[in-house]
Write a protein that binds this ligand. Structure first.
Ligand code: KGT
Length: 296
């Protein structure tokens, strides 16, 4: 029997502060993706086949470039939340993909905060799991925004999230998290084969650090990385870096969208994953695994 093809995709967006317009932008890219007719999209167009296609959307995929107070209102408005979740679930089902919304504003425990949450929808339109961003971007950057204070309206998550799919384990992270290798090591220890990095990286820090950080996380943890970015100049003047990419566990960039709106894909190869892990067994060699050091 032919080996099942697992396809990884990333949609690059220039999201605006308008949920319906962003849902339409996503639908357009999903149409492009599933009409390509190449091997990447094959799994998602064969109605009886088991779906093995993950599509990642950027951080803040349904609302970006507006006021943070508006995100707060979105998070705490039950009607808006229902609209957002139903809209994404319907897309996952219509296009027969595992759709990972890079992040959505969801309600925190207090009315003055929201979580920056990644949400995974199954091809059946069910919410399979989520992850609330652990590291908040309270940072000074030499761009036109200068000071980012994500914690002003956002509450930090408290736990990691690794989701078992029929064909692989999926570890979740968001944007600024990519600078904290401990998170990725923990996801790898939990069994992650693929780790997602939805982002709205600044143009300045993106140019300097984005690709290097992503390749490092892929190489050191021997996982596939799917990174989907916002790209462009947004309604509030913010400039984002784009350069969405899919990286192999060897660190090779398999697909990249530098600028503009678009969608990229690459195959997930479990044989390559095993080969990389067998040939350079860093997991066994790691002296910082306390249980290994204490075992001696
Ligand atoms: O604020 C919003 O609306 C949505 N959130 C974001 O855009 C977040 C927090 S401001 N951006 C980042 O984490 C950029 C990280 C980055 O650029 C780096 O690590 O260099």
């Amino acid at each position: 029997m032919a080996k099942q093809t697992v396809c990884l995709s990333a949609v690059q967006m220039c999201a605006i502060p308008d949920i319906d317009a962003n849902l339409a932008q996503i639908a357009e890219q999903l149409t492009v993706l599933t009409n390509k007719g190449d091997s990447h999209a094959a799994a998602s167009v064969t109605s009886n086949a088991e779906v093995s296609h993950i599509v990642l959307l950027p951080e803040c995929c349904l609302y970006f470039g507006g006021k943070e107070q508006d995100q707060l209102l979105l998070a705490h408005n039950a009607e808006q939340q229902a609209k957002i979740f139903q809209g994404l679930a319907a897309l996952a089902e219509r296009y027969q993909v595992y759709l990972l919304a890079g992040s959505l504003p969801t309600p925190a425990n207090t009315i003055d905060k929201f979580y920056n949450t990644s949400c995974l929808f199954s091809p059946q339109g069910k919410l399979l799991g989520d992850y609330q961003k652990l590291h908040l971007f309270d940072v000074s950057v030499a761009d036109n925004e200068k000071n980012y204070q994500e914690s002003r309206y956002t509450a930090a998550g408290e736990q990691t999230s690794c989701i078992a799919l029929p064909f692989a384990q999926l570890g979740l992270s968001i944007c600024y998290d990519v600078r904290f290798p401990e998170l990725y090591r923990q996801l790898a220890d939990q069994g992650a084969d693929i780790i997602t990095v939805p982002a709205a990286f600044t143009r300045v820090t993106g140019k300097a650090h984005w690709q290097t950080l992503l390749q490092a996380r892929a190489i050191e943890n021997q996982v596939y990385i799917i990174a989907a970015g916002q790209e462009g100049v947004h309604a509030n003047g913010r400039e984002t870096w784009g350069h969405s990419m899919i990286i192999s566990p060897w660190g090779e960039i398999l697909a990249e969208q530098e600028a503009g709106i678009g969608v990229i894909s690459a195959d997930f190869d479990p044989d390559l994953l095993a080969q990389v892990r067998n040939s350079i067994p860093v997991r066994q060699h790691n002296r910082f695994k306390t249980e290994l050091i204490h075992d001696e």
